[in-house]
Design a protein around this ligand. Sequence first.
Ligand code: NAD
Length: 306
Amino acid sequence: MKISIIGAGNVGSTTALRIAQEGLGEVVLIDVIKGLAQGKVFDLEDARAVLKYNYQIEGSDDISKIKDSNVIVITAGLARKPGMTREELLQKNSAILKGICGNIKKLSPKAIIIVVTNPLDLMTNFVLKITGFSLKKVFGMGVSLDASRFANLIAKELNIPVTDVEAVVIGSHGEAMLPLARFSKIKGVALDEFVDDKKLELLVSKTIGRGAEIVNLLGSGSAYFAPSAAIAAMVKVIIKDEKRVIGVCAYLNGEYGIKDICIGVPCRLGKDGIEKIIELDLNKKELELLKGSALVIRKLSKQLPV
Ligand code: NAD
């Protein structure tokens, strides 16, 4: 199996490390900056003898190296900088992704594409439209990271092992995300049995603000340890055909009463990509919130250059 990662910045290179160490396949890391991907890969390779792993990894500025990939992860692009509007980010990153997708179509027409570049829901839709790949084969990583953050914050609040928590987040990968208390479980019992409404509200708002909290603390750049873990988990499900249910940014065609946008929902993933979009039995309030989240994406998607 061949897994290519386009964009050798913080998220891309950490993802390469995780995938290589898991031994999921041959890894190719690409960046437009000459020497960057190759330098990072040499550094990763140099750890093989200490770690006693024989992983195969290559770094290059030549995108033709992605030829015949089974899975392609797109982490190329800018993160939002102070003062930059979402619209500016959208224009800049869609221009970057347009070029990359032209190459993917030519070089790896059968690949499954995992989009990571922000604004995630819009970039996933954009990649889907300009590649023309099947709906099952193009999706984004966003809400599984948000769910991991939610689970971490729940575990810390209740002082319990994080492995006892199964958290669910749906909606956009942004401020309108929807951490779902009724569907988030601790050993099978719904979270709202453990915390009162006030605490729950706080956990939800902390989850929504977690990415920004990290950006502010870092001073420059954004999170990459948890994002790369969430991407590697997704790649593993595909490569090993695990058929696990994970939250992904998927194209909806009527599910949840939503059409023609990409948004985070639980999906069963396997070797061919999305095998099934799971429709949770949302109550009226939850469904309204999800539709509100979809509306935010729909409004912004009018600015997509497609
Ligand atoms: P970064 O700046 O560290 O890395 C981005 C890399 O992309 C740079 O090295 C840059 O040279 C490269 N690049 C730009 N154009 C390219 C092209 N045409 N071909 C190949 N490489 C190209 O940023 P990062 O922290 O790694 O984040 C990358 C993206 O992922 C950002 O858009 C960020 O907002 C997003 N992100 C998304 C999530 C998520 O949950 N979906 C989480 C974290 C970051």
